[in-house]
Design a protein around this ligand. Structure first.
Ligand SMILES: Cc1cc2nc3c(=O)[nH]c(=O)nc-3n(C[C@H](O)[C@H](O)[C@H](O)COP(=O)(O)OP(=O)(O)OC[C@H]3O[C@@H](n4cnc5c(N)ncnc54)[C@H](O)[C@@H]3O)c2cc1C
Length: 389
């Protein structure tokens, strides 16, 4: 049986014609990277609720490229390794003030982790990681300046700021109407990409998707120590980076599942305690707190948006097994796509996700294998549920 018929629930939708009008909701790394890739083929309007781009989770003074590493052979490992290599190639083409390739050193917490590091270094290519006497060194890793990246990416498309999209509806001519505020204005487009993180649940078409909202704080530190690379263990510490009023090392980050909204001293102390380099006599200059959108399988949600009600109907017999009968092909909202749930590594995954979604929308060669495409598919959670006896 061909792969097409073995998993019809993951069949891709029809391609969108080049030159179509596409709206992107959300001006974080997900929306901006997507807009930058798609603007080579489509007419893009990006809509952002806040008064500037990169003002949500993507707005920290620095975003590190911290590779996810694992000993197993999981899809997660395959996806994040591909994404890391892809991101390094992508960011290397950008000006030096956007991407600082300073390298990243992971320090083991104890002897057990040291042994794990030894095994890991045998599994990964030396272009990705090298074993040193201190730990695992990633020579191609570094940190990004999100504000400069945002300015760099947003050259080739229109951006509407201070515009909150509250509703997406079908027009009678098969197009999409976006209602945005203030002013109850309408934007008519051929396709929409939902990139507004955990807020993607506000739209009727995507509210079946569940994202955990995990708040996190970073701390701006003044230390006498000269830090020339990124250090990681439980937490991380960067070289000195430009902040609003000078320079600071960025130390992070907390993962707070309770409803903490403000920058607070307890979280600063947690960051300092987790720092891979002791920060005893350092001064806290400030910090930033934002919310990550996480999925329960730790992979982003990226692809065409399914008609979830139709999926329930089409695949209700899936618990009898995938070969129980010839199942119908997948049913999507035509011209509606999503890229959200980028978790704690959005800067690492956004370039690959954007290339992938562009190739899916245009129906051309994909940068990732079908196994990974299925692992990112927005209907995967529902399919898993329907497959259970
Ligand atoms: C403390 C902390 C530290 C982190 N450090 C790193 C790091 O070092 N490296 C890394 O790779 N990742 C890091 N992350 C994770 C990273 O920030 C996220 O993965 C990434 O920012 C997600 O990007 P996004 O575009 O999906 O979301 P966001 O950046 O949050 O962007 C979503 C945008 O959508 C807008 N929006 C929402 N609703 C609407 C609407 N209805 N209409 C219009 N606009 C709307 C929002 O205003 C926002 O600008 C960190 C996260 C936190 C919280």
């Amino acid at each position: 049986m061909s792969e097409k018929h073995s998993k019809p629930w993951f069949d891709p939708p029809a391609a969108l014609n080049d030159g179509s009008k596409v709206a992107i909701i959300g001006g974080g790394i997900s929306g901006l990277m997507m807009a930058s890739y798609l603007s080579k083929h489509f007419e893009i309007t990006l809509i952002e609720e806040k008064k500037s781009i990169m003002a949500g989770a993507s707005g920290n003074p620095a975003a590190i490229l911290d590779p996810y590493i694992a000993l197993n052979q999981s899809i997660e490992k395959k996806f994040y390794l591909k994404a890391f290599e892809y991101a390094v190639d992508f960011y290397n083409t950008l000006p030096e003030d956007v991407f600082h390739k300073c390298g990243l050193l992971k320090l083991p917490k104890d002897k057990k982790e040291q042994r794990r590091f030894n095994k890991l270094s045998e599994q990964y290519p030396t272009t990705v990681m090298q074993k040193t006497k201190e730990g695992l060194f990633f020579p191609n890793a570094g940190y990004i300046n999100p504000k400069k990246l945002g300015a760099y990416l947003s050259n080739n498309f229109e951006t509407l700021l201070n515009s909150k999209v509250t509703k997406i509806t079908n027009s009678d001519k098969g197009k999409w109407i976006l209602i945005h505020h203030p002013g109850n204005e309408r934007l008519l487009v051929d396709a929409v990409i939902i990139c507004n993180s955990y807020n993607s649940k506000i739209f009727e078409q995507s509210n079946d998707l569940k994202f955990d909202e995990v708040s996190g704080q970073i701390s701006y530190i003044k230390t006498e120590k000269v830090i020339d690379k990124i250090y990681c263990s439980d937490g991380y510490l960067t070289p000195a980076i430009e902040i609003e009023n000078g320079y600071a090392n960025i130390c992070g980050a907390t993962f707070d599942r309770d409803d903490i909204k403000d920058i607070n001293d307890i979280s600063h102390q947690k960051n300092i305690q987790k720092s891979p380099i002791p920060l005893n006599s350092s001064k806290i200059l400030g910090g930033r707190r934002e919310i990550r959108a996480m999925t329960n399988d730790h992979l982003p949600v990226c692809g065409a948006l399914p008609k979830f009600n139709e999926y329930q109907r089409l695949y209700k017999d899936l618990h009898h097994g995938p070969n129980h009968k010839e199942f119908d092909t997948a049913s999507y909202h035509s011209g509606l796509y999503i890229s959200a749930g980028l978790g704690s590594r959005g800067f690492l995954t956004a370039p690959l996700l954007s290339d992938y979604l562009t190739s899916l929308i245009r129906d051309c060669k994909k940068p990732i294998k079908s196994q990974i495409q299925h692992a990112l598919h927005p209907a995967r959670f529902m399919i898993r549920k329907l497959s259970k006896k």
